[in-house]
Design a protein around this ligand. Structure first.
Ligand code: HEC
Ligand code: HEC
Length: 490
């Protein structure tokens, strides 16, 4: 039985799922039928289908996919134009991005935590990075990758507000949403109820909307770049190696206005992230596969099928895997928030205080929705692009390998003793990183979390191995081999 079926004939006052583009995006996942007879190994058919993919019937397409690992229905992906020359503004931003003198320690730049060699994610496996004036203070959360953020929508709650100028405040929207049943997320199925959930925004809790607004956060954060004030940052910019560029772009008067100076500097950093192609390369094996320029191995293909299978891993229910109608490459996130009940990470010093809980949207780092306790424990669904290059996973950095992440998804409720520690009385402390009163917020309806204690896991060890193989195809920098392009016969 599933919630969305119960809610199906939705009340007329509630906008239908179709009204929301964000919800609509979720409807068209591939439902991949696993049952493909190996006997259909008709080589002639596959050659024909490979050469004329548009005319091949779906069943033949599936056979071709299974036999050759090629995408039977290649698409043209809409990539942003490759910039060969950065604007002067973006070049300035690049210098700021790598400038260690802008930190209190003099040893830390944006690139220290967002390493270009690691898809602009953390350079190491530390659960959180060390910062502050002497680089001895633990940060609060692991740094996300800075790739593909140009597609991140602004933070909002509930169905898309569209261009409505009278859009309610966040708190009003949250109140209105509080009585509405949460839409179930099933790969390949459009939710019957409108998704009254928070979406979009930057940071794990969505508390900043623009790259410009975001960038000032780490500059002032005492456990990160640890500048005491805007004036202190402005003073450093004034004597920086690139101060002439500021004068050139904004006039020499800019140095008399510290707020404006820092604001322009942050805008420049944002421009750099928008313009430089290294922030949105779309060069993963999966991108090339979508375009018919690479073939997946049997393991990768099987992993993709499980990833998209609503009854198995159901990863695509939240980590969207299909290109948009307009050929926009899939981002492997629905930009929505979920409470997954990730275990507490006791290697973070902050957790030694038993009252400390990082609850995402409802605080403590975000403050505007503190009263909206229905969102306590919810964090932004991250992209899985380049996930395989990370050595630290989830908002509290509790895991260090994809195997650990997969065990969590597979066993959280089925065998919690494998996921959570035991307390002094030997009792398994399930969902131990969220106060008991908020644990109803934890997702127990979407596969693979719809299983109960003692149920059969949704994934076997082999399934997990193949899903990880697939996640690895989302790493940028794959070199497509022209020999496997679809226009050459298999
Ligand atoms: C000490 C490590 C550190 C430094 C230095 C740092 N960041 Fe971050 N960055 C983080 C962490 C941690 C987060 C996530 C914080 C959160 O969710 O509360 C983050 C988040 C972000 C995000 C949002 C990403 C997302 O997916 O939502 C952007 C953009 C960003 N940082 C850009 C920058 C820029 C630009 C600089 C330099 C001005 C910088 N960072 C310096 C650690 C760092
Ligand atoms: C119900 C929505 C949902 C489903 C289904 C789901 N995820 Fe996630 N995923 C999330 C959210 C939300 C987070 C962040 C949670 C947090 O940090 O508290 C996340 C985090 C992750 C991360 C960590 C990424 C990082 O940068 O730290 C990986 C890897 C991941 N998911 C893979 C998968 C795979 C593989 C599947 C299928 C087995 C899956 N997810 C199914 C919502 C989902």
């Amino acid at each position: 039985m599933n919630e969305s079926q119960n809610a199906a004939p939705s009340t007329p006052s509630v906008p239908s799922a179709d009204a929301s583009p964000r919800v609509a995006r979720r409807r068209a996942h591939w439902i991949v039928s696993g049952a493909i007879a190996a006997a259909c190994a008709a080589a002639g058919l596959s050659v024909w289908a490979l050469n004329a993919p548009d005319q091949a019937p779906a069943t033949v397409g599936k056979m071709v996919e299974q036999l050759t690992g090629a995408n039977p229905h290649p698409v043209h992906l809409q990539r942003p134009p490759v910039t060969t020359q950065l604007s002067v503004m973006a070049q300035l931003g690049k210098q700021i991005f790598y400038d260690q003198t802008l930190s209190g320690s003099g040893k830390m730049s944006c690139a220290s935590c967002h390493s270009p060699e690691h898809a602009y994610g953390p350079p190491n496996g530390l659960p959180v990075q060390m910062g502050g004036p002497s680089l001895t203070l633990q940060g609060d959360r692991p740094p996300p990758s800075l790739r593909y953020l140009y597609r991140q929508p602004n933070f909002s709650i509930g169905p898309d507000q569209g261009d409505d100028e009278q859009a309610p405040s966040l708190a009003q929207a949250a109140d209105a949403a509080s009585g509405v049943a949460r839409a179930q997320k099933t790969a390949g199925v459009a939710p019957a109820a409108p998704a009254m959930v928070p979406q979009g925004g930057l940071f794990w809790d969505g508390r900043a909307d623009t790259l410009q607004a975001q960038a000032i956060g780490p500059m002032l954060n005492p456990t990160e770049m640890a500048n005491p004030s805007i004036d202190a940052i402005a003073a450093k910019l004034k004597t920086s190696a690139y101060h002439n560029t500021f004068a050139q772009l904004f006039g020499a008067g800019i140095f008399n206005n510290p707020n404006m100076l820092v604001s322009e500097a942050m805008f420049a950093v944002a421009r750099y992230q928008f313009e430089d192609s290294s922030f949105h390369p779309y060069t993963s094996k999966y991108d090339y596969w979508l375009e018919g320029k690479a073939r997946l191995t049997q393991a990768e293909l099987h992993g993709l099928q499980l990833f998209n299978d609503p009854n198995k891993a159901n990863c695509a229910g939240c980590h969207l895997s299909k290109p948009g109608k307009d050929g926009l490459p899939p981002m492997f996130t629905d930009y929505q928030y979920e409470a997954l009940g990730v275990p507490r990470n006791t290697s973070l010093a902050a957790t030694h205080n038993p009252k400390y809980y990082d609850m995402g949207i409802c605080g403590p780092y975000r403050t505007d929705l503190a009263k909206q306790t229905q969102y306590c424990g919810m964090f932004l669904t991250p992209t899985l692009r380049n996930s395989a290059t990370r050595e630290v996973f989830f908002h509290n950095g509790v895991y260090h390998s994809l195997d650990q992440v997969m065990a969590f998804y597979n066993l959280r409720d089925i065998d919690p003793a494998k996921i959570y520690p035991r307390d002094a009385h030997g009792k398994v402390t399930k969902y131990n990183d969220l106060p008991a009163r908020y644990r109803a917020n934890i997702d127990k309806s979407d596969a693979p979390f719809d299983r109960k204690f003692g149920d059969k896991p949704s994934m076997t060890d082999d399934d997990i191995r193949d899903i990880i193989a697939f996640v690895k195809t989302l790493t940028d920098g794959y070199q497509p081999d022209s020999k496997v392009a679809l226009d050459s016969k298999p």
